[in-house]
Design a protein around this ligand. Structure first.
Ligand code: LRH
Length: 454
């Protein structure tokens, strides 16, 4: 995306879009980082060609995954968090720091793929060889500026940061034997990471003076920064591959009840806390579509969702948070097994299956909103649903129905808006997070879905 932001408007244009997903290698699931790098560089080159007045670049991606860098060179393709090697790391970490204590140290929901578990599954040789551990957006910033940093919102997903001080948890790092030198200096959203290196300037055809600016480099942090909240009694759902459901709070919620409910405290822009629960998200649907298409069907998603909306009569729901849905694979078989285990009939048509998936997501979303509200002791009267899921009217309506409150859908590009606004603010726009959100509300008015009577 590229944008021109002023006090009264955001003009945002999509420059490039490219596919991304897990790729199977001999040693497990990875990211095709060479292809990603090529696409990022081509996109940036195009952006500068389209608008030579660009002054700043901001970078975000999914959380937790990292590259190891030695002498400026990446040591192999980063692993994908859906690779199951990290389950080995879970046992190793819990043997040193039991789960309840780990929550007290990190404030994080247990997810088997958190960076700290991935690191425990690394060989000591690979860790010893490396100079820096760089989360994916930090790796891209390193390529562009030559400066190794850890942007703090994404660093909060590593399981190595203290959520209260937002500094590396030195005692924990030492106890777990993570080589301290791997963890770079932390930077805050809005700080300048650095100017482009001479080779990046040349490769991108960039004008003089362009800098890389730290943003909420965790995609969810940027999405939450751009939620057009108009009142405090509101929850958010950032819905794409995942559904991140929760509240923005002033402080982490580190109670026994939050631990028991498996809620997480991730770092937000401006020192806020993203108190939320990771729900499996549209991955359930996209993997199902992949299975249908692998069997030779052509799926038109819009049409499928319209057919799913037209399904009458009851459809069963399953637990969307079941960890069996995490890895890539035959999602339809797994859903059928989950339904059979609970004695529910397996829908016989594709439309009814799609309805069952979306209905199950809506149930999980509504439940996470209720739990977040209870745990943070804050009333919630409206839900903002941002990201790709906001384009799915069935999901928005069913979430409103199941939660018994209005859903305000959009913007779809909340993450991009969050990255652009934080950069604009750092480079002269000024303002508070609230004024940035007011700008989003004005430029991207959400679509309202009221709950229907049961
Ligand atoms: C969403 C997301 C989410 C993480 C997951 C790894 O893209 O960043 O917040 O938990 O990917």
């Amino acid at each position: 995306m590229r944008a021109v932001v002023s006090a009264g408007s955001i003009e945002m244009v999509e420059v490039a879009r490219f596919p991304n997903g897990p790729i199977e290698r001999a040693d497990g699931l990875h990211w095709d980082i060479v292809a990603l790098r090529g696409s990022i560089m081509a996109g940036l080159r195009q952006a500068f060609a389209d608008d030579p007045l660009i002054t700043s670049i901001g970078i975000d991606s999914w959380a937790v995954d990292y590259g190891l860098v030695a002498d400026g060179v990446l040591l192999g393709e980063p692993f994908h968090y859906r690779d199951d090697r990290s389950t080995r790391g879970v046992d190793a970490v819990h043997a040193v720091v039991p789960p309840r204590e780990l929550f007290a140290q990190t404030g994080l929901q247990h997810l088997p793929f958190t960076t700290v578990f991935q690191l425990a599954a690394e060989t000591p040789e690979r860790l010893d060889a490396a100079d820096h551990l760089l989360l994916i957006p930090d790796l891209v910033a390193f390529w562009l500026t030559g400066r190794p940093v850890a942007e703090v919102t994404n660093a909060s997903t590593t399981g190595l940061l203290d959520p209260r001080t937002r500094a590396w948890n030195e005692a924990l790092v030492e106890r777990l034997g993570v080589p301290r030198h791997l963890l770079p200096e932390l930077v805050q959203p809005g700080e300048t990471i650095g100017p482009l290196t001479a080779s990046a300037v040349e490769a991108l055809g960039a004008p003089a003076g362009v800098v890389v600016t730290a943003v909420g480099s965790h995609d969810t942090a940027s999405a939450v920064a751009a939620v057009p909240f108009v009142r405090r009694e509101a929850a958010y759902i950032s819905c794409g591959t995942w559904g991140l459901v929760g509240l923005e709070t002033e402080h982490p919620v580190m109670t026994d009840a939050a631990y028991a409910a498996n809620f997480t405290n991730e770092g937000g822009v401006d020192g806020r806390t993203r108190f939320l629960h990771n729900v499996m998200g549209l991955w359930l649907l996209s993997e199902s579509v992949r299975v249908w298409e692998a069997a030779g069907e052509r799926i038109d998603l819009g049409r499928l969702l319209a057919e799913a909306a037209a399904v009458t009569g009851p459809v069963p729901v399953f637990d969307a948070n079941d960890p069996r849905f995490l890895p890539p694979g035959d999602m339809l078989a797994r859903i059928a097994a989950a339904l059979a285990e609970q004695g529910s009939p397996v829908p016989s048509t594709r439309a009814a299956l799609a309805r069952c998936i979306v209905e199950s997501l809506a149930v999980a979303f509504a439940s996470a909103v209720r739990t977040a509200s209870e745990l943070a002791d804050r009333p919630v009267e409206v839900i903002h649903l941002v990201g790709g899921g906001s384009l799915n009217p069935l999901l928005c309506q069913l979430t409103a129905d199941r939660a018994g409150m209005p859903v305000l859908a959009g913007p779809v590009e909340a993450t991009a808006l969050g990255t652009l606004l934080v950069q604009a603010r750092a480079h002269g726009l000024g303002g508070t997070l609230e004024s940035l959100r007011a700008l989003v509300a004005q430029s991207h008015p959400p679509q309202r879905f009221d709950p229907r009577a049961a």
